[in-house]
Design a protein around this ligand. Structure first.
Ligand SMILES: *Cc1c(COP(=O)(O)O)cnc(C)c1O
Length: 381
């Protein structure tokens, strides 16, 4: 990757060394209707530490709870924190499945490298994720749309205020039972196009899942909410390029001039876009002849630079058919209007259109193990 990594010569993370200390009392399960994203956590977590003298410790399953850290730890001062988000679903066969977790693990390795955190073996993290999922199986709701959200996190724990790479790290993996991402369920979200604050920029860290990308977005998000919008559509540059929606990738469906079906358009991975697993999956499905056949949709997936003026033009010509927010938490969600320069670009329909519906259904079918697709569903046992 060209990024210098710490010279740690010692033990790599070894999932086979997992120590298991189970909780003596298990928490009561919560009625699924009351689940809110990321609010409830399961009984256990997995932790492992990296010390430059010995490398990665034996990972341990232990009761979920607070962790004690030196207040001078690098993560508290300089934002050393890389994370992932993936879901485990219970299939009709009773097996827990992950969705393309190898992509999350490669991304975690890249995020750690970008922050010069100690090197981590994503395959070992995946092994640990599977072990945690199996231990926490009672937390997996059987209902469609519900799952166990898994949050592997690696933080910089070098004690001391020197502004330098951390040679110590802590890995922890949390599990949180979860339902629909937006409180209003699958109803459409409204977006406010914002250009005076930017989420990511060329040469920055927007293409990595690192904590520092998120908190600068909270203040603009509050301002957008005060204007009556659910999420921000992040723009970039003088030409108002469309990048992402909140912490999700963004797609539009546009009717083609040549009458040959529909374009499914999203921004290309130019360094300002988070390379989402859901994004990659939607692009792959849209271009797949078998998917097109089973959905009777003629789709042309396109990763390219497009701007607000394109959007305004497509909308005025009646060609803008769907706008979609995409990510692990939401899967595929509809957007109904985009506030821009004091006006709203209105997306026709309310709720998911045909393309959003077909993509969401296919991805959920794969995630929940109702169909096999190119090895995308990975069984945990
Ligand atoms: C995680 C994330 C996404 C979605 O990625 P998935 O792998 O599909 O969950 C999109 N944008 C941002 C900024 C993200 O952090």
């Amino acid at each position: 990757m060209g990024h210098p990594t710490n010279p740690g010569c010692s033990a790599s993370l070894d999932a086979s060394k997992l120590k298991i200390t189970l909780s003596e009392t298990l928490k009561p399960l919560q009625p699924i209707e009351t689940l809110q994203f990321g609010k409830t956590f399961s009984d256990h977590m997995i932790v492992a530490t990296y010390d430059p003298a010995v490398g990665w410790s034996a990972p341990e399953v232990k009761p979920y709870g607070p962790i004690a850290l030196d207040p001078a730890s690098s993560c508290f001062h300089y934002g050393g924190n890389a994370f992932e988000g993936l879901k485990a679903y219970l299939g009709p066969d009773g097996e827990a499945r992950l969705f393309r977790p190898d992509l999350n693990m490669r991304r975690l390795e890249r995020s750690c490298a970008r922050l010069a955190l100690p090197p981590i073996d994503g395959d070992a993290v995946l092994e640990l994720v599977k072990r945690l999922v199996n231990i926490e199986k009672r937390w997996m709701p059987e209902e469609s749309g519900y799952s166990l959200y898994i949050r592997p996190t690696i933080i910089a724990t070098r004690p001391g205020l020197a502004v330098t790479a951390s040679d110590h790290a802590l890995l922890y993996i949390l599990a949180s039972p979860t339902g629909p991402y937006f409180p209003q369920g699958l109803e459409a979200v409204s977006l406010l196009a914002v250009s005076d604050n930017v989420r990511a920029w060329p040469g920055g860290t927007g293409s990595h899942k690192v904590a520092g990308n998120y908190s600068p977005g909270f203040l603009p998000q509050i301002a957008a909410a005060q204007q009556g919008y659910d999420q921000i559509l992040w723009l970039f540059g003088e030409d108002r390029r469309i990048t992402e929606a909140g912490a999700m990738n963004f797609f539009v469906v546009v009717k083609r001039d040549d009458g040959d079906g529909l374009d499914l358009i999203t921004a290309s991975l130019d360094g300002t876009i988070l390379p989402g697993v859901t994004r990659a999956s939607c692009l792959a499905l849209a271009g797949d002849p078998e998917f097109q056949k089973e959905t009777s949709l003629r789709l042309h997936p396109q990763e390219k630079l497009y701007t607000m003026s394109d959007l305004v033009k497509w909308s005025s010509e009646g060609k803008l058919l769907e706008a979609l927010a995409i990510g692990t938490a939401v899967i595929v969600g509809p957007c109904n209007r985009i506030g821009y320069e004091g006006k709203d670009i209105v997306i026709p329909g309310n709720g998911l259109g045909p393309v959003g519906t077909a993509l969401r259904k296919k991805i959920l079918d794969i995630q929940e193990g109702r169909t096999n697709w190119q090895g995308w569903g990975v069984v945990c046992s």
